[in-house]
Design a protein around this ligand. Structure first.
Ligand code: SF4
Length: 104
């Protein structure tokens, strides 16, 4: 192995170290605040008893709602945001469904 090969390998590793975070970000799904709201009447919403007002649901965990669900991806204080189980749709922060999971 020549010194040129070691230099090339070093450059490759440096390039990977620089580009890896950007590749990871590019692989993440888009999380736009402009996603259309999930309709509670949609088939996939009904399958998990999604409702836009959590206070009207029979919740096994008191005060659980989308905003404090581990699957919610909306910003703090936003009225709605993406949910991991409904790609391409937003759910109301005040909503709830039977797939609610605690935040870790
Ligand atoms: Fe809301 Fe969580 Fe159900 Fe998504 S999984 S709709 S964030 S309660």
């Amino acid at each position: 192995m020549s010194s040129t090969d070691r230099l090339s390998r070093r450059q490759l590793l440096q390039n990977l170290a620089v580009s890896a975070p950007f590749l990871t970000l590019a692989a993440l799904p888009a999380r736009s605040a402009d996603q259309p709201l999930l309709s509670p009447d949609a088939k996939e919403a009904k399958a998990v008893k999604y409702i836009e007002d959590a206070t009207k649901a029979q919740r096994p965990v008191k005060d659980s709602n989308c905003a404090n669900c581990g699957l919610y991806q909306g910003k703090n204080g936003a009225p709605a945001g993406p949910c991991q189980i409904f790609p391409g749709k937003a759910v109301k922060a005040a909503g709830w469904c039977s797939s609610w999971a605690p935040q870790i």
